[in-house]
Design a protein around this ligand. Structure first.
Ligand SMILES: [Zn+2]
Length: 111
């Protein structure tokens, strides 16, 4: 009887792990699509800015939009890392496990 319960618990836990992985995958897929869209927007903005600069037009507004877009991209990258159980180094932007105490690439210490 006890053995059956163990099996039941094990199956339940496996189910939970599977569900968690599936959710992680769905989340990262959704976020990756969002990141691609933001990258395309950014390319477009760079092109507009380049043209404006070439023709001596005011680029202030477009530069502000580029800064916003770059910030949005950083946020989505953090969300993607988070959905995978990872984090991003604030210094070199490398991705590593959440439990890391220092960056494995640049040595930056995390609080
Ligand atoms: Zn780093």
């Amino acid at each position: 009887m006890e053995k059956n319960e163990d099996l039941g618990t094990r199956l339940e836990n496996a189910g939970k792990r599977f569900f968690k992985k599936t959710k992680e995958f769905a989340d990262t897929t959704k976020l990756s699509i969002k990141l691609k869209e933001l990258d395309l927007d950014l390319d477009n903005l760079y092109q507009i800015a380049g043209k404006a600069a070439y023709f001596g037009e005011d680029t202030k507004e477009i530069f502000t939009q580029i800064t916003d877009k770059l910030e949005q991209i950083e946020e989505v990258k953090v969300d993607i890392a988070d959905a995978k159980g990872m984090k991003i180094c604030g210094n070199c932007k490398a991705e590593m496990p959440k439990e890391a105490v220092a960056c494995m690439k640049c040595g930056e210490k995390f609080e």
